[in-house]
Structure formats: structure tokens, C-alpha cells
Design a protein around this ligand. Structure first.
Ligand SMILES: Cc1cc2nc3c(=O)[nH]c(=O)nc-3n(C[C@H](O)[C@H](O)[C@H](O)COP(=O)(O)OP(=O)(O)OC[C@H]3O[C@@H](n4cnc5c(N)ncnc54)[C@H](O)[C@@H]3O)c2cc1C
Length: 580
């Protein structure tokens, strides 16, 4: 074992990168390369086999060192391969990124089939976070990018980071939860300081925070916004909250994957495009901890990463975004569609794409609902997970989003109980997630079970569960994440936009023949009002997947072009002296 780090700061205070590889040449090359590139911020420590590597990890755990990354070679030694080594290492250092190093075949052209099969299995069972194919000529080609990605992911969750805003509030109040989630989903770097912590008290005193009006946001210039709304924060950060005055070709409601795709294709094809978003870029997709089924990302991609790339791309093509405003009404004015916004602004457009997704269904258990935002959370677990380290938590739901939340939480919580009404996980969840859940030792699945009550005095402390035979039992829990399906929030659209009995918007061929206000047959994704389209989760018949939302948002722009051409022709027709 030898340290291979070159740093001028106190080395023992730095987080550690651990490399375990039995091939001494490879070990030396990789550790030198890692030290050269990352040595100023991390210590690099190496082990020559599984035994040595594990002793090193045990020592680091005893010393309380922060291990950011553990890289192990797939063919580590005869006794133990890299995958099972990383699995054992994870128990000692649950927050470290697990990176598997895979050697090329002898010709140096491809990964051997046996290694590929092992990789597939390790990825499917969530035993590794990243993998790297060893051996390109320069570490720039094969090593640095992957290690950097792993370290960025680790730093986002566990490392110190830049704070644009400081928030002081009660850790478990619904308003604090809402604020933390809104800031994280919009990737605003912030620090949260509980009002009863030492640092919280210091901030309160230094900035004259009124403790009766928490949470409070302290801005970079030291000024304070008490009990802020999304609108206040957006304005303080200089984010656009008002539409520019022009008439638009295309108005999009919602900046989830469907809205972003429509904005990208609309703006890139020369349409003046504006997007109105109430809460955060990326919609539900932005809350997904790891998306593995989106084309082009063999190692998976975090929802936040995917949607922020899409947003940047859309901005570069010239789409305009208006944030922290909710669309509350749709009508028409001067032959244009008119969208009313929550603070009284109006946006005009020749065509409208409705891409505002769905909302979580509520549990409706009063003794539990009273903890909403303070122990009961609707939706993904991203923001709250680190605060739940070592605590028992529950996830309710049997679909992919619940499975992902359980896996994400299992990295922090002592125990995760996944509560599912159905008789089998396979009924609602992709098989890769089912396999990962079964392979995760601190996730317990309770099938054919429902939540009957929530118990607690100052905080949620326990859940009372009831199985299909009516037997009840209580389990301790600090937090509950509910993902029990979604409902469309489409009442604000008014009767002209036809919906099904559950509120989902009818489009194209799904529209009954008497539903159209125009004479032409509906275009693909067109609603009962000509020129208004609906895509993604809010559309009746959508399959609630990111790829589908992106596909529909892109394709609908083709229909928008056809609609604009139709209306142009009808204007010409009306203006023509030869017209009827
Ligand atoms: C935790 C989680 C994990 C998931 N993981 C996966 C996965 O791994 N793979 C996969 O394929 N799918 C996954 N999904 C499903 C996927 O995210 C959705 O199918 C997809 O995001 C739908 O896209 P959308 O654009 O139609 O709607 P949404 O993503 O819901 O976006 C709608 C947007 O509209 C905004 N909005 C709503 N009403 C208004 C209004 N009146 N005015 C202005 N704005 C409004 C909302 O704030 C939101 O930003 C996951 C979902 C969740 C919740």
C-alpha cells in the first residue's frame, strides 16, 4: 500500500480515491495518472489485491476518512473479482462512487464477452456506479472523463460546494422542504442551515432574520427574503419571469422533457418560441436520480443532468423561457391563442403546445397527510435523502419512480421499506429495477400492503401497515416517500379542450367526431381546438416515459408547421378577391 498523492495542502484532510488492481504495471500507471490530475484535491491510495485493498478501506473507515471513489479491476485476484470487492467496499464506504476497471481483449479492440456479461449483471444489479475500459494510450482518452463524472456526482451529494444562497429554516417544516426542493431542482447552489443549529443561529443573528417568518433566504449581498415564493427567488436571481411583449409562433406550457423537445425543434426551425414553466426545468424527469432507459446513455444519466443539457441546447436555439408563473387560462384574442398567467400577464401565440405533465396522487390518510413536507413527501427522494442518513424510511408505490427512490434512499438510510399494494413487483416495475431492489440488502419489499395510519408527536415516527388479510403492524420510519400514480391537472383549460374522464387531454384520432371546433380533421397531437396540441404525460394514451415525451414534443412541431401553413392559407383565402 502506498500513497501516490502530490498535494501542498494537509493530505490527511483530503477525500480519498482508492485504486485496487493486481496488475502492477496498470496500478502504477493509473495511480500516477490519478495523482497528476486529481492530486491537489484528493489523496490517491492503492492496494495490490483484494486483501490489501480491504485492509486499506477498513483503516480509512476507522480514521473517519471521506472516501470519494473506489476503483477495482474486474479481474482483481483469483479469490475475489472486482465486482464482489466493490460490493463489500460499499458496506464500509456507502457514499463512495464504485468504479469497475475493465481490460480490453488481447488485440486491444473490444471488451471480452465474459467481461461484458459480468458488466451487464453488475450494472443491472446496481453493484457498480461507473465502469471504465482500461488501457488507451493517454489517460485523457479513457480515464479522466469518467473519474471526473464520478467525482462530480460524489461532490454534488457529499462534498463541499459553492453556495449562492443560504437558507435558514426548520429542518422538517413543509415550507423548508418546498424551498429546498425548488432550489435543487433549479440547480441553484445553496446551503440549508436548521434554525436551531449553531450556524443557523449565527446567520439569524448576523442578518437580522425574523424567526417568526421562516424559512428565510440570505442573498449574496446579505439581504434577506422571508417566506419566499418561487417568484421572489426567481426575481432575486435575475431569472426571467415576464414574457417579452411580442406575438409568438409557438407557446409551450411546461418545461419537462416534452416541452423542452417541442421548444428545441420549434426554435431550431425558426419559430418564435416561448415556454412557460411554473416550478423547475425538466419536470418529473429532473427529479429522477438515475435514468437508465434513455437512448444514448449506456452508463445512465441523472435526470438533472439530462434536462439541463436539453435546456442549454434549447436556449442556444433562441427559445424564450418564463419561470415561476403558472398558466391558468387558455382562450383566444384577435385570431391568436391567448394564455393567461398567474401574475396577470398574457402570452399570445399562433399555436400552443400543452406539455404540463401530471401531478402525484395523494394518499388521503389524514393522520399521515398532516406530515406532508415534514416527513411525508410526494415524489422523488433526491433533496431529502442525505438528511436521512442512518434513519429508517419508507417508499410507497410499485412503479419505476418508487423503485428508483428506494434504491437512491438505500445509499443513505439504514433501512428502506418499499410498500406495494400489488402482489408482485414485476407488475409495475421494469425488470432491471426489480433485480436491483432484490439485490440490495437494506431494502425490504412488503407486497399486498397498504398504509393505514401515520403516528408521531413532534415528527412522523411510525407507519401502521395493513396487509391483504387485514392484519396490522407498526414499523418505525423517519420519512415516507409516496409515488402512487399521477393525475392530470387540466381543469384550467376550460370545456373547449376535450379530455377523458380522468382529465387527460384527447388528441388526433382519439377525438370524437363531434369534438372539433374547426372543419379540418385533427393533425397528430392536435386537440379539439385547432392549433392547440398536447404531448407527453398530459395526453390521453401516453405511456409516461421520457423517450415518449421527447418524441411527442419533437413530432408535434411538425403538426404546428402544418397548422401554421393551414391558417396562412385560410388568411390568404379570406383576403383573396376571388374568394367565396
Ligand atoms: C422520480 C421519477 C423517476 C422517473 N424515471 C424515469 C425513467 O427512468 N425513465 C423514464 O422513461 N421515465 C421516468 N419517469 C417518468 C418521466 O419523468 C415522465 O414520463 C416525463 O417526465 C413526462 O414528461 P412531460 O414533459 O410530459 O411532463 P413533466 O415531466 O411532468 O413536466 C411538466 C412540466 O410542466 C409544468 N407545469 C405543470 N402545470 C403547469 C402550468 N399550469 N403552468 C406552467 N407550467 C406547468 C411542471 O412544473 C413540469 O415542469 C420518472 C418519473 C419520476 C417522477
Amino acid at each position: 500500500m502506498s500513497p501516490a498523492s502530490g498535494t501542498d495542502r494537509e493530505p490527511s484532510a483530503l477525500p480519498v480515491l482508492v485504486l485496487v488492481d493486481a496488475d502492477s504495471d496498470a496500478r502504477e500507471r493509473i495511480s500516477i495518472a490519478l495523482g497528476r490530475r486529481f492530486g491537489a484535491d484528493y489523496q490517491v491510495q492503492v492496494g495490490g489485491n483484494a486483501l490489501e485493498g480491504f485492509a486499506l478501506l477498513e483503516r480509512l473507515a476507522k480514521e473517519g476518512a471521506r472516501v470519494a471513489l473506489i476503483a477495482a479491476d474486474l479481474a482483481l485476484s483469483h479469490e475475489e473479482g472486482g465486482i464482489s470487492f466493490l460490493e463489500r467496499a460499499h458496506v464500509l464506504h456507502p457514499h463512495a462512487s464504485r468504479v469497475l476497471l475493465v481490460a480490453m481483449d488481447r488485440r486491444g479492440t473490444r471488451i471480452p464477452f465474459s467481461a461484458l456479461a459480468a458488466l451487464r449483471r453488475a450494472t443491472a444489479l446496481n453493484r457498480i456506479d461507473f465502469w471504465v475500459v482500461k488501457g488507451g494510450f493517454s489517460p485523457e482518452e479513457w480515464l479522466y472523463l469518467r473519474v471526473q463524472e464520478a467525482l462530480s456526482a460524489w461532490t454534488r451529494l457529499h462534498g463541499p460546494h459553492h453556495e449562492v444562497l443560504r437558507v435558514v429554516g426548520e429542518q422538517w417544516s413543509p415550507r423548508s422542504h418546498w424551498l429546498r426542493e425548488t432550489l435543487s431542482r433549479n440547480t441553484v447552489p445553496f446551503g440549508f442551515y436548521p434554525a436551531d443549529s449553531e450556524r443557523g443561529r449565527e446567520l439569524i443573528q448576523a442578518h437580522g432574520v425574523d424567526v417568526t417568518r421562516l424559512p428565510a433566504v440570505i442573498l449574496h449581498d446579505g439581504s434577506v427574503i422571508h417566506e419566499p415564493t418561487a417568484f421572489h427567488i426567481a426575481q432575486a436571481l435575475g431569472v426571467q419571469t415576464k414574457p417579452s411583449s411580442q406575438v409568438n409562433d409557438l407557446v409551450i406550457v411546461g418545461a419537462g422533457p416534452a416541452g423542452l423537445a417541442a421548444a428545441l425543434y420549434g426554435a431550431s426551425e425558426g419559430l418564435r418560441t416561448i415556454v412557460v414553466e411554473e416550478r423547475a426545468i425538466g419536470g418529473q424527469a429532473g427529479t429522477s436520480s438515475m435514468i437508465r432507459n434513455y437512448l444514448g446513455f449506456p452508463r445512465g444519466v441523472s435526470g438533472a443532468d439530462l434536462v439541463f443539457r436539453a435546456w442549454e441546447q434549447t436556449l442556444l436555439f433562441g427559445a424564450e423561457f418564463v419561470f415561476a408563473q403558472r398558466a391558468i387560462g387558455l382562450g383566444s384574442r384577435n385570431d391568436l391563442h391567448s394564455l393567461m398567467l398567474s401574475n396577470g400577464d398574457e402570452v399570445l401565440g399562433r399555436a400552443v403546445v400543452l406539455a404540463f405533465g401530471v401531478e402525484y396522487r395523494r394518499l388521503g390518510v389524514p393522520s399521515l397527510e398532516q406530515w406532508t413536507g415534514a416527513g411525508l413527501f410526494y415524489g422523488a427522494a433526491g433533496t431529502e435523502a442525505p438528511a436521512l442518513a442512518g434513519e429508517p424510511v419508507c417508499v410507497i408505490g410499485g412503479a419505476n419512480s418508487a423503485g428508483q427512490a428506494a434504491l437512491h434512499l438505500s445509499q443513505f438510510a439504514s433501512h428502506v421499506t418499499l410498500i406495494v399494494r400489488g402482489a408482485a413487483l414485476e407488475a409495475g416495475m421494469s425488470s432491471y429495477l426489480v433485480a436491483q431492489i432484490r439485490a440490495t440488502s437494506n431494502i425490504e419489499v412488503r407486497l399486498r400492503t397498504r398504509v393505514a395510519e401515520g403516528h408521531g408527536t413532534e415528527r412522523l415516527a411510525a407507519l401502521e401497515l395493513e396487509d391483504a388479510d387485514g392484519r396490522r403492524g407498526t414499523i418505525p420510519t423517519t420519512a415516507v416517500f409516496a409515488m402512487i400514480g399521477a393525475q392530470a391537472r387540466t381543469e384550467w383549460l376550460g370545456p373547449a379542450i376535450r379530455r377523458d374522464e380522468d382529465g387527460f387531454v384527447l388528441t388526433g384520432r382519439d377525438l370524437p367526431s363531434d369534438a372539433r371546433t374547426g372543419v379540418q380533421p385533427p393533425l397528430p397531437f392536435e386537440t379539439s381546438v385547432p392549433g392547440v396540441f398536447a404531448v407527453g404525460d398530459v395526453r390521453r394514451g401516453s405511456i409516461k416515459r421520457i423517450a415518449e415525451a421527447v418524441g411527442e414534443g419533437s413530432v408535434a412541431v411538425g403538426s404546428v408547421h402544418q397548422h401554421l401553413a393551414r391558417s396562412h392559407q385560410s388568411v390568404l383565402h379570406q383576403d383573396s378577391p376571388h374568394g367565396p
